[in-house]
Design a protein. Sequence first.
Length: 245
Amino acid sequence: MNKLITLLMCVLFSASWGVFACEKTLTVASHDAFWPPYVMGINGQFQGKEVEALNIIFKDSPFCFEVKLLPNSKRAFTELRYGRIDIGWAASYTNERAKHVHFTKPYRTEVMRLYENINNLHKAKNLAEIFDQGLTIGANFGSYYGKEFEQYKHSHKKQIEYTSATSKRFEMLNKQRIDYAIEDELVGNYLSKRGKNLIAAPTIPAINKDQIHLMLSKKTVTLDEVNIINAHILKKNAALKALFE
């Protein structure tokens, strides 16, 4: 039943641009249909800043794209690795990922922050104090939050609650089922405004700041095609910067 629902969601929230005016259609993986302001499934189509970024990058290029909804970012990377999906968006570079995918030039930056419930009485100034106190953090399964957090994923795995949907993590935070949620600053600020008890943790600095890239499957995207996409990213730098500011 779950597989059927996922399949229907993939069909419902798929979208393509310019399929009749390009030489090659690339499939793009999204792990969430509600990740505002980056990705939102509206009236059966994906919208948001990540979608607009691809529209900007691929305008006047040989490529168009089609977005498919997958259960989580870990599944999306698996599909990329085996060539069943061509593009993963909103990706931080890691050496492990680079074994299996091409990374494009960066097209935006990302700031990861911790969010908490205003009724949270815990006192912590950094990740070390959070984990030392036995507190819990909600995170996305398969996402990268920096080298320090990667260490805690192994040493304090029981204190990390994984969900594929950002809205689910913030719902858990609002109900105080977790102590913190880690999220991209633009997304976190958007969702915290919808929950009157949620704020960016005021005593904890950004968890990670990174350049963000597209990941391209080594199975389906050639180096020549990577170079073409990179040239378009550099050419559209001003428009991309304006989009994400």
